[in-house]
Design a protein around this ligand. Structure first.
Ligand SMILES: Nc1nc2c(c(=O)[nH]1)N[C@H]1C(S)=C(S)[C@@H](COP(=O)(O)O)O[C@H]1N2
Ligand SMILES: [Mo]
Length: 461
């Protein structure tokens, strides 16, 4: 393997493949390991100077900096790094794409269309339509009706009375309710896995918390009457398959009947008080809160009740399925033994400070705020560290507006001096489970990646 031409540009790839070597290439060979073994504290002289130059400031807590972990500030290459390493491409950041009705979002692919929100775009308590991530597996349906009321949803399979209900009938027959509920892609956080897992390389922004209005799926299923044989749902939508073949189904996932009967599982007709945007499933979609977003079928037109776990596209192989017990990353596997992912793990985002923020000379206090959520559970605590995890400060965490809404966290940190700092943030759920230091357990399609997040802050002297 040849030495990368431009170490800064290739830092992420290098850290992903060989973190020890990445440290050596970027910052010089280490001296004899110090008493603190795995830390960069013994990186002295030229190595430390190189790192300081690459990051654009001195590093007051360099003694705590973990070895083999790419500094958060490297990808955003401050001015000093660009001259030192001549790495203009490193500063480019993610590719943005702006389409009609949306803010510019991070482009994760255009066919099918996948757009991610930056954490700093998710500051609102209720995520506005233009800032919500988009995750499509097929094409967006065309010729959707102007008037949503005539759209039909069929309920069939293991029911006493198969139903075909228009949205107009749904709204008049069943109680309508409104709730803020997190919608989160099952692959959120996939980019944090090493080695890279297959699929869209989402960071933490394939999630949002709009306010949804609709009817309970439970009420509709009760109206149809579930047979004792009913164990699983199967969801269908109107979006054409990418191949253009009308006989192929784009995605069809389902949930256990218990989750379908949850009070909060909704057939949603409105988002933030408006008809659903076309990209988000107009005129009707499911919201299965707390679970992988793929269960929240858009352009919903049929729910088939089944007498066994559903096996549609998105339910088999490595799709939303993970090994029962941890596997060696990248090793061979038998996906037949995998189990389906249901709810999502605890995660936090920081919504008011972007990676690479520069504080004007003399500014030491940094106000922080964000959101945190945890699948079926709630968030008990959010902690922040400015010294590479040596010490942690508790932030304030608000109660959710309702079940399955994300929770606001806020607080402040005071930097002890000028220099390069990283703000690390992590949430703890109501079971006591914390976001881990690294994404894991590894799985081929990269579900459940929720490591601690890090942003770089430069306090000017
Ligand atoms: N019909 C249909 N429903 C779908 C999808 C899809 O491709 N087609 N994608 C699913 C996935 S994987 C996710 S994460 C969410 C994304 O919802 P959003 O695009 O409204 O953010 O929709 C789900 N529902
Ligand atoms: Mo998803």
């Amino acid at each position: 393997m040849s030495e990368p031409k431009n170490p800064i540009t290739n830092a992420a790839a290098l850290y992903a493949s060989d973190p020890e070597r990445a440290d050596a290439v970027l910052f010089g060979r280490r001296g004899a390991p110090g008493p603190d073994g795995s830390r960069r504290g013994f990186l002295q002289g030229a190595g430390l100077a190189a790192m300081g130059a690459a990051l654009g400031a001195t590093i007051p807590f360099h003694r705590n900096m973990p070895a083999g972990v790419m500094p958060a500030g490297l990808g955003i290459a401050p001015a000093a790094a660009q001259t030192a390493a001549a790495a203009p491409a490193a500063a480019a950041g993610p590719q943005m794409l702006q389409i009609s009705g949306k803010a510019p979002l991070i482009n994760r692919g255009e066919r099918p269309l996948n757009l991610e929100s930056a954490e700093t775009q998710l500051d609102d308590d209720v995520t506005p339509a233009d800032k919500l991530f988009v995750r499509n597996n097929g094409n967006v349906p065309e010729n959707l009706p102007q008037d949503p009321r005539g759209w039909k949803i069929r309920i069939d399979g293991e029911v006493n009375t198969p139903l075909e209900l228009t949205l107009g009938e749904l709204e008049s027959r069943f109680p309508v309710f409104t709730a803020r509920m997190v919608l989160e892609c099952g692959g959120n956080g996939r980019s944090f896995f090493t080695p890279q897992a297959r699929g869209n390389q989402w960071a933490n922004g394939a999630a949002g918390c709009p306010e949804w209005t609709g009817v309970r799926l439970k009420d509709v299923l009760q109206a149809a009457g579930l047979k004792p044989s009913a164990v699983y749902t199967a969801h269908y939508g109107a979006d054409p398959h990418l191949s253009g073949d009308p006989n192929r189904v784009t995605i069809s996932r389902g949930v256990r009947i218990a989750k379908a009967m949850d009070e909060n599982t909704m057939i949603a007709l409105r988002m933030n008080g408006q008809p659903l945007p076309v990209l988000h499933g107009y005129p009707a979609r499911l919201i299965v809160p707390g679970w992988a977003g793929s269960a929240s079928q858009k352009w919903l037109n049929r729910i088939w009740i089944r007498d066994k776990p559903h096996d549609g596209p998105g339910m088999t192989g490595t799709s939303y399925r993970v090994p029962r017990t941890p596997m060696v990353p990248g090793a061979r596997f038998d996906a037949n033994t995998f189990v389906t992912v249901e709810d999502m793990p605890v995660r936090s985002i920081l919504t008011n400070v972007a990676n690479g923020t520069r504080l004007p000379a003399g500014a030491r206090r940094v106000d922080l705020r964000g959101h945190a959520w945890a699948g079926e559970r709630t968030v008990r605590a959010v902690h922040v560290s400015i010294d590479y995890g040596a010490t942690w400060q508790a932030m304030e965490v608000a109660a959710p507006a309702n079940k399955y809404a994300w929770q606001r966290w806020r607080g402040q940190v005071t930097l002890p001096s000028a220099g390069y700092f990283e703000i690390w943030y992590r949430a703890t759920d109501s079971d006591g489970t914390q976001q881990p230091m690294v994404a894991g357990p590894w799985n081929p399609a990269g579900y459940g990646g929720n490591p601690i997040s890090r942003v770089a802050v430069l306090a000017e002297s």
